[in-house]
Design a protein around this ligand. Structure first.
Ligand SMILES: Nc1ncnc2c1ncn2[C@@H]1O[C@H](COP(=O)(O)OP(=O)(O)OP(=O)(O)O)[C@@H](O)[C@H]1O
Ligand SMILES: [Mg+2]
Length: 329
């Protein structure tokens, strides 16, 4: 693989959903869930890129576009320089192996009638990871132990007989077997108890090094993003407003929207569960979306006339740290 070439690249990706029109009660409406989003995950060394934004900002839509579960309305998604649509047409199995996903709800991934060993065996069979039954069994035991799951306790159980934390870590054992190049993790710890979150995150960081695997880590929780990620992308209503090194984005936020998010981070206290999503005043935020110009202009304390007229491009305000804001022009 060409080292200069990104592992994954989104170029001007837009996804518009058409909704409504039912019973004539509501008019048809268009939702720009993802609006001309461009970013790349580099290919040379494994990194974790956090995709951060409040509820409805388009995070899961981006995940589904990358996985090929949705098609972009416009723009293109390239994996190793080639359109994902083309991968799925001619190298589907390879793409499905190299790009793995962990969803928020571990139940959505498990067949409730399959025991733990069957879940892992299916992976071994599908991707031809072992040449014998025996070898397959050894691989399963080894991968579970590496993640800190005791096979002697868990094999033979059904998914509902595991804790939420165990179910998500079983996904990591599965990933250890598959050895993907990229994992898209969509809020993987939001349904598990705070005390178990750090174990999952430590395991994920370990896999990143062990497998040289990159990760797009989707979360609304800036604390988690800051803890786990190397780089960070901040989404506001389907638009990237800021991106850069995770430490700079949190420590020296540029965009007024990111600053608002950073200020709403509660004091980190591992014993206390932070229940809130990123609530920027209230959830009717979408209603405030500006018709044109910057998506945040109606709420921005620094809004200037130009912000209501033109869409700010991503401007490199500091080396490697960009913000879509006219304050930095
Ligand atoms: N299949 C769909 N049809 C119509 N609208 C959709 C569809 N999927 C998502 N949307 C809309 O697109 C926007 C972005 O949704 P998305 O699920 O990507 O947000 P999110 O950032 O993942 O939010 P959350 O943090 O709540 O998971 C929302 O306004 C949502 O209602
Ligand atoms: Mg989501």
């Amino acid at each position: 693989m060409n080292m200069e070439q990104p592992l994954l690249e989104l170029r001007d990706v837009t996804k518009v959903f058409k909704i409504g029109g039912g019973l004539g009660l509501v008019g048809r409406r268009l939702i720009r869930a993802v609006d001309r989003v461009s970013f790349a995950i580099p290919g040379e060394s494994p990194i974790i890129t956090a995709l951060v934004g409040e509820s409805g900002s388009g995070k899961s839509t981006i995940a589904r576009l990358i996985l090929g579960l949705l098609e972009p309305t416009s723009g293109v998604i390239l994996y190793k320089g080639r359109d994902v649509r083309s991968w799925l047409k001619s190298d589907r199995v390879m793409y499905r192996r190299e790009v793995q996903v962990i969803f928020q709800d571990p139940y959505s991934t498990y067949n409730p009638f399959y025991r733990v060993e069957r879940v892992l065996h299916m992976v071994i069979k599908k991707f031809g990871l072992a040449s014998s039954e025996r070898e397959g069994r050894d691989l399963i035991m080894e991968s579970m132990r590496t993640i800190g799951l005791r096979p002697e306790d868990l094999l033979g159980r059904y998914p509902h007989q595991l804790s939420g934390g165990e179910r998500q870590r079983l996904m990591l054992a599965r990933i250890l077997l598959i050895k993907p190049k990229l994992v898209v993790a969509d809020e993987p710890v939001s349904m598990i108890d705070v005390s178990l979150r750090s174990i999952f995150l430590e395991n994920l960081l370990d896999l990143k090094g062990r497998l040289k695997m990159s990760c797009l880590y989707i979360t609304h929780d800036l604390n988690i993003a800051h803890y786990v990620a190397d780089r960070m992308i901040v989404l506001c209503l389907g638009n990237i407003v800021e991106m850069g090194e995770a430490k700079s984005v949190v420590g020296e936020a540029l965009h007024p929207y990111t600053r608002l998010l950073v200020r709403s981070i509660p004091i980190p206290d591992p014993r206390r569960r932070w229940k809130g999503r990123l609530q920027v005043e209230d959830i009717t935020f979408r209603g405030f979306q500006a018709e044109q110009g910057c998506v945040f202009s109606n709420r921005c304390p620094h809004a200037m006339p130009v912000c209501k007229e033109e869409t700010p491009p991503l401007i490199e305000a500091r080396p490697g740290h960009k913000a879509a804001c006219f304050l930095y022009r």
